[in-house]
Design a protein around this ligand. Sequence first.
Ligand code: E4P
Length: 217
Amino acid sequence: MKLFLDTGNVREIEALAALGIIDGVTTNPSLMAKEGGDPVAILKRICDIVKGPVSGEVVATDVEGMVREGRDIAAIDEHMVIKVPFTKAGVQACKVLAHEGHKVNVTLVFSATQALLAAKVGATFVSPFVGRLDDIATDGMRLIEEIVDIYQNYEFGTEVLVASVRHPIHIVQAARMGADVCTCPAPVIEAMFRHPLTDLGLERFLKDWEKAQASRA
Ligand code: E4P
C-alpha cells in the first residue's frame, strides 16, 4: 500500500520523504491556505521533493472553470494530479480531463455510489474520507471495504485513496482491506514508528553491549 502525506507543508514533506517511505502528497484548499505563499511554487517544490503523485485541488465549481484550473495544475509538473470535488460538475470535468490524459483525484467521496461514478469517468484516484464519516457516527472503514469490493468486481483501474485518516488503526485496516493508498497527516505517519518495546529493547541491547565492552577492558 502506498503512503501519501496529507499536507502542504514543505518542511514536513522534506523530513518524512528523507526516510524513503513517502510515495506522494495530497493537498486541499484548506491545507494550502494554511501555508500562505504562492501555491504554484509550493506545489512545484513538493513535486521536486517527492517525485510521485501530488494532488492539487481546483476551487472553481463549474465544469469549464474546473477544466481550466485543472489544466493549469497539470502544467505545474509531470507529477501533478488534478483534484476535483465529487459534484456533477466535478464528474463531468473528470471525464474531460481524464480523456485528455491527465490524472484526476475525485475527492470528498462519502458513499460507494459516488465512488462507482468516479471510476466510470476515468478517475485515477478516488478519495473517500473515513475520519469525517467516523465523526458522524458512521463507519468510515466500512466504506473502504465496499469500494475495494466494487472496484475488484469490475476491474476498475481507479485507485482507492483512503483520506481523512486520523490514526494508525485506519492505516492497518486500509492495508488489510487492500486499499491502494492511505494519505495521512505527518503526526499519523510519525505514530507508525513508535513502540515503547522498541525503545526499551534498544536501550537494553546497548547497555548490555557497553557492559561487555567495559568488562573486557
Ligand atoms: C484528502 O485528500 C484530504 O486532504 C484530507 O484527507 C482531508 O482530511 P481531514 O478530514 O483531516 O480534513
